[in-house]
Ligand binder design. Sequence first.
Ligand SMILES: Cc1cc2nc3c(=O)[nH]c(=O)nc-3n(C[C@H](O)[C@H](O)[C@H](O)COP(=O)(O)OP(=O)(O)OC[C@H]3O[C@@H](n4cnc5c(N)ncnc54)[C@H](O)[C@@H]3O)c2cc1C
Length: 301
Amino acid sequence: MKTYDVIVIGGGPAGLSAAIYTSRANYKTLLIDKGGCLNYKIGRVYNYLGFPEGIDGKELIQLGCKHIRLLGSETVNEEVLSVKMQDDLYVVKTNRSSYAAKGLIIAMGVEYKKIDINNLEKFEGKGISYCVTCDGFFFRGKKVFVIGSKNYAAMEALELTDYTSDITIYTNGLKPEIDEGLLEKLKAKNIELKTQRIISFTGGKKLEGIILEDGSTVKCDGVFIAIGSSSAADIALKMGIILEGGYIKVDSKQRTNLPRVYAAGDCTGGVRQIATAVGQGATAAVNLIAELKGLASADYY
Ligand SMILES: Cc1cc2nc3c(=O)[nH]c(=O)nc-3n(C[C@H](O)[C@H](O)[C@H](O)COP(=O)(O)OP(=O)(O)OC[C@H]3O[C@@H](n4cnc5c(N)ncnc54)[C@H](O)[C@@H]3O)c2cc1C
């Protein structure tokens, strides 16, 4: 497994800014972004310093990628699925590989996950969960569904096999976008993949099943929602990072509650703008570098 001084997760303004600082300081840096600096979502930006005529969001990000590569950062176009501590290193698992680093900067932005199924709120915490690491234990030996269509749903389903063998993934009408390797693992664990749309959750005091588009009811004991990709909050929650209002909680140095783990940009809430993301990325990197040098306890910065 390749080992780095710093891994930056997310190649938006916050992550790119952080990588500029870590790589200029000669810290071996890997930036992992699932869009590979190519799929940037925002259009023309008119409120970022230095561009009086505005700049295309995509161009800004591509320039940022060029910048960090020139400084020696490595970049990979992969999706981070989980992070675990192993022998004092953080091991970042993606859809293709695993990488280790002494320090981590989480800059994954926010993803707006919406699921339009009746009675969702009614059964949240009463059979419906968003985190296998947190709640899988409660479903030992039970019949459980995972709702999602991407790698993240496959990973959640595979993690559930620690607790039960009766697992089905429902893509809720979406075309599955799961890597071949993960599909094989699902097959090996007898995890079925179904594409029917779900209309409603049903039950009494607790969840008892789902109602499908054709009106039929399928009984189950639990449902894990794993739509979209793995978000900053999903990853952070599983690592034991404290969240506040769905965002990663950081202090004024962008430190999380875990050693050598910092977060920056939209995933930490606050003023969700490019300028703030860039500033927080720099703050996170400078303070992580200080911590790696053993200076943090002296509150150097
Ligand atoms: C439509 C729109 C218009 C906007 N217009 C403006 C504007 O004009 N001016 C302005 O200042 N701000 C604007 N914003 C806000 C601005 O885009 C954000 O504040 C800024 O991009 C935040 O930067 P970030 O680095 O924190 O997150 P992001 O820019 O969201 O970057 C996060 C990166 O993390 C990656 N990522 C996420 N999950 C994973 C994973 N599991 N594995 C690997 N990579 C992952 C994503 O691919 C993404 O590249 C706009 C936002 C939107 C949606």
